[in-house]
Design a protein around this ligand. Structure first.
Ligand SMILES: Cc1cc2nc3c(=O)[nH]c(=O)nc-3n(C[C@H](O)[C@H](O)[C@H](O)COP(=O)(O)O)c2cc1C
Length: 195
């Protein structure tokens, strides 16, 4: 059987984002866990803030259609999120909201059908001690509402400005092992679903 294809991205478009470092660390862990993992940058899929009038006039942005095509080519997702005021950053909410607005049409699969039953692992990132833990509860909820299978195992990388290098190397052995645990759980669950 082919290895599970896992798409990884951070919930920040910022060039020097700490969550991008954590996403790189997750990508490395997924490769070690046997996944065929792809790392993308949401900066390449920048969509305007969701607005019903904009949607009625122009439809779903082309970047979102492109992003959903990439998501569709993967068996699972891993999202590394920053924490904003104890919750998810607007970039993630906006991106996922737009993704949910692709409706079925001839030759087109609905966004929610692409996301439904797709396994997803979540990891938090913050320069603070809690590692964005509070944001994970909100993200878990949102992804569940999209019909995704959110992995029970998660990780919050605290002090991520020190805990992970810009190349995605997790400095502490325990944190690196925990990231590998998240990656292995996602790969195993995805492989079982594919079997
Ligand atoms: C609007 C806003 C709210 C924030 N709220 C939190 C928070 O609740 N908890 C936290 O740990 N950090 C918070 N931060 C700090 C972010 O964790 C920090 O800016 C982080 O580097 C942003 O993620 P990024 O590096 O991936 O872009 C907040 C930052 C902003 C801009």
């Amino acid at each position: 059987m082919l290895p599970p294809r896992v798409l990884v991205f951070a919930g920040s478009a910022r060039k020097a984002a700490l969550s991008k470092r954590v996403a790189r660390a997750a990508h490395i862990a997924l490769l070690e866990a046997g996944a065929d993992a792809t790392l993308i940058d949401l900066a390449d899929y920048h969509a305007p803030l969701y607005h019903g009038d904009l949607e009625a006039e122009q439809g779903v942005p082309e970047v979102i259609t492109r992003l959903m095509a990439v998501i569709d080519q993967h068996d699972a997702l891993l999202i590394a999120t920053p924490e904003y005021n104890g919750s998810m950053p607007p970039l993630l909410v906006n991106t996922l909201d737009w993704c949910s607005r692709i409706f079925a049409a001839p030759g087109r699969v609905a966004g929610l059908d692409i996301l439904a039953q797709k396994p997803v692992a979540i990891v938090g990132s913050s320069p603070g001690a809690l590692g964005g833990l509070r944001s994970l509860f909100h993200l878990r909820d949102l992804l569940g509402n999209l019909g995704m299978l959110v992995m029970p195992k998660q990780l919050a990388v605290g002090r991520s400005n020190e805990a992970v290098t810009s190349e995605g190397h997790l400095v502490d052995d325990h944190v690196r092992a925990a990231m590998l645990g998240v990656a292995r759980a996602l790969v195993d669950a995805t492989a079982k679903l594919k079997a």
